[in-house]
Design a protein around this ligand. Structure first.
Ligand code: ADP
Ligand code: MG
Length: 160
């Protein structure tokens, strides 16, 4: 079982490309199970940049806006829904109840969640946790599998 994968990403372009590669592996399983990713890291670490790479890697060709003010941005592609959350500004977890948070976490959905700790107890558990850390101008990324299917994905990532 592969539980952990690390990579050094020298710049924004490398981050986006990594997102594209990762999402293609996630897509294979997401239509069966749904898939939840928590993205951790300080402000400006690259959570939204990585999400953009993932969303565009699924074929979305338009902009990817940060959901900072809207809490969630949605993308509906052929057979998949992507929900990109940013809970940084969430003041009361009850807001998540009002928005019907459980309906987002379904088979056929990939949920990418920035600042998931703000929604603790109300979100589905992550399949995959991604930690992004500053490495001067570059970034170190660490992926931690939280489910068997995520572990398979990390194994495939290692084999590429
Ligand atoms: P977050 O969502 O974590 O607050 P953003 O993705 O919005 O962060 O911003 C990341 C910023 O860091 C962008 O301005 C991006 O250009 C810059 N950056 C520099 N190097 C990298 C890297 N290796 N990966 C991602 N972003 C990087
Ligand atoms: Mg962000």
């Amino acid at each position: 079982m592969t539980l952990r994968y690390q990579q050094y990403l020298p710049d924004e372009q490398a981050m986006c490309q990594f997102g594209e590669k990762l999402i293609k592996l996630i897509r294979e399983v997401a239509h069966l199970h749904g898939f939840v990713v928590y993205l951790n890291g300080d402000l400006g670490a690259g959570k939204t940049t990585l999400s953009r790479g993932m969303i565009q890697g699924l074929g979305h060709s338009g902009n990817v806006k940060s959901p900072t003010y809207t809490l969630v941005e949605e993308y509906h592609l052929a057979d998949l829904h992507i929900y990109h959350f940013d809970l940084y500004r969430l003041s009361d977890p009850e807001e998540l109840e009002f928005m019907g948070i459980r309906d987002y976490f379904q088979p056929n959905s990939i949920c990418l969640v920035e600042w998931a700790e703000k929604g603790k107890g109300l979100l589905s558990e992550a399949d995959l946790i991604i930690n992004i850390a500053y490495a001067e101008q570059a970034r170190d990324i660490e992926l931690i599998a939280q489910s068997p299917v995520a572990s398979q994905i990390l194994q495939q990532l290692q084999a590429i």
